[in-house]
Design a protein around this ligand. Structure first.
Ligand SMILES: O=C(O)CCC(=O)C(=O)O
Ligand SMILES: [Fe+2]
Length: 326
C-alpha cells in the first residue's frame, strides 16, 4: 500500500473513517489529483485532527494548510453530491474533544417537561447583531446552497439554504461556538451525544417570507429525524413579522417566544415541534441539527428491529407514525 495514497491514510484512521471517506472514490480522485482544493483542505484537516498532520501535508502538500481549521474539530470527509459547481461541499463530522468537558452555561434557562428528552434549553442573546449580520451576508456565498429535503408528508412553507460549509470555511469562530454550545447544552439536558462518537452538523438559514411564498409561511408538527441536538436562533426582528411562534409537544406543551439572537435547543429526534403560521412579513432563523452518525443510526435501527421482533412484529419507531422531516 503506497504511503501517500488515500488508502494508507484510511488504514491509519480506522474503519469508521474509511467508510466516511468512501474509500474507492477518494483513492481514485487523489491519484488523478482531481479532488477540489476544498476537498483536499478538508481531508488534510481531518488527518491533522486525528493526529496525522505529517501524513496530511505529505499527501496533499503544504498548500492545503490543515492549520486553517480549528484543531479541536475532528473532521471527516463524507458524501458529496451534485451542488455547488456540480458538487456539494462535503459533510464534515464533528466530535467533542475527548479530554475536555463542555462549558458550564450559567445562563441556560431550562424549560422542564415530564420526560427528560422533552426538556428545552433557552439561551437569551446567544448571537449578537454582528453574528446575525454575518449570517445574512454568508447565505449568499457560493458555498451556501438551497435544499428542498423536507418529507413530502410534512406541511411546510419556507426557503432553506444550507450554510454549514460556508460557516466552517469563513466563520470558524461562529461555527465552533454553535457546536461547542450545543454539546454543552446536551451535556446538561439530555446526554444524547456520546463522547467517543461524532455527529454530522447540518446548519440551515431558513426564511419564511410571506410575500415571496405568496401566502402564510410555517412548518407543521414534526421531529428532526436523527438529530441529537437541534437549535433554532431567531435572526430577524419580531417587529418584521406576525406569527411564527416556536412550539413544542409535551406534556406540557410549550411555546417559546424568541427575541433576536435568542436560541432554543431541543432533542430534535425525540421532541415534536412546529411554529404557528407566519401570517405576514419575513421571519428568518438559523437552525442547526447534529445528526447522529450512520453507524449509530444503523445500530439503533437493528435494536429496534430486534425489539419489534420480540414484541411480535410491531412497527419500528421510525416506521411508525412519526412525521419525519426528511
Ligand atoms: O422555523 C422554526 O423555528 C423551526 C424550523 C424547523 O423546525 C425545521 O425546519 O425543522
Ligand atoms: Fe424541525
Amino acid at each position: 500500500m503506497a504511503e501517500n495514497s488515500g488508502e494508507y491514510i484510511i488504514s491509519r484512521c480506522g474503519q469508521e473513517l474509511a467508510e466516511e471517506l468512501r474509500a474507492p472514490g477518494l483513492r481514485r480522485a487523489s491519484r488523478r489529483r482531481r479532488l477540489s482544493c476544498h476537498c483536499l483542505a478538508v481531508t488534510a484537516s481531518a488527518l491533522a485532527a486525528v493526529g496525522l498532520a505529517s501524513e496530511a501535508s505529505r499527501s496533499f502538500g503544504s498548500s492545503c494548510a490543515a492549520s486553517r481549521f480549528l484543531p479541536r474539530l475532528r473532521i471527516q470527509l463524507a458524501a458529496g453530491k451534485a451542488g455547488t459547481n456540480g458538487r456539494l461541499p462535503p459533510t464534515v463530522a464533528w466530535g467533542p474533544p475527548p479530554e475536555e468537558l463542555p462549558e458550564e452555561l450559567p445562563d441556560l434557562e431550562e424549560i422542564a417537561a415530564e420526560a427528560p428528552n422533552l426538556r428545552l434549553g433557552v439561551l437569551r442573546n446567544f448571537l449578537d447583531l454582528d453574528e446575525a449580520a454575518l449570517l445574512h451576508r454568508l447565505v449568499h456565498h457560493p458555498l451556501a446552497w438551497e435544499v428542498k429535503d423536507r418529507h413530502s408528508s410534512l406541511a411546510f412553507k419556507h426557503n432553506v439554504r444550507r450554510v454549514e460549509a460556508v460557516l466552517r470555511e469563513s466563520a470558524r469562530r461562529l461555527y465552533a461556538k454553535l457546536l461547542c454550545t450545543a454539546w454543552a447544552v446536551d451535556h446538561r439536558l439530555w446526554r444524547s451525544m456520546r463522547p467517543e462518537e461524532y455527529v454530522l452538523p447540518q446548519i440551515e438559514y431558513i426564511e419564511y417570507d410571506v410575500e415571496k411564498i405568496g401566502g402564510e409561511g410555517g412548518i407543521g408538527k414534526h421531529t428532526d429525524n436523527g438529530s441529537l441536538v437541534s437549535m433554532v436562533v431567531l435572526i430577524s426582528d419580531p417587529a418584521d413579522f406576525e406569527g411564527g411562534l416556536n412550539s413544542f409537544s409535551g406534556p406540557p406543551q410549550r411555546r417559546v417566544p424568541l427575541k433576536p439572537g435568542d436560541a432554543v435547543f431541543f432533542y430534535g429526534d425525540k421532541c415534536e415541534h412546529w411554529i404557528t403560521p407566519v401570517t405576514s412579513g419575513r421571519r428568518v432563523i438559523l437552525q442547526m441539527e447534529l445528526q447522529q452518525s450512520p453507524q449509530r443510526l444503523a445500530k439503533e435501527q437493528e435494536e429496534q428491529r430486534k425489539a419489534a421482533g420480540s414484541r411480535g412484529g410491531e412497527k419500528s419507531r421510525r416506521g411508525g407514525d412519526k412525521r419525519g422531516r426528511r
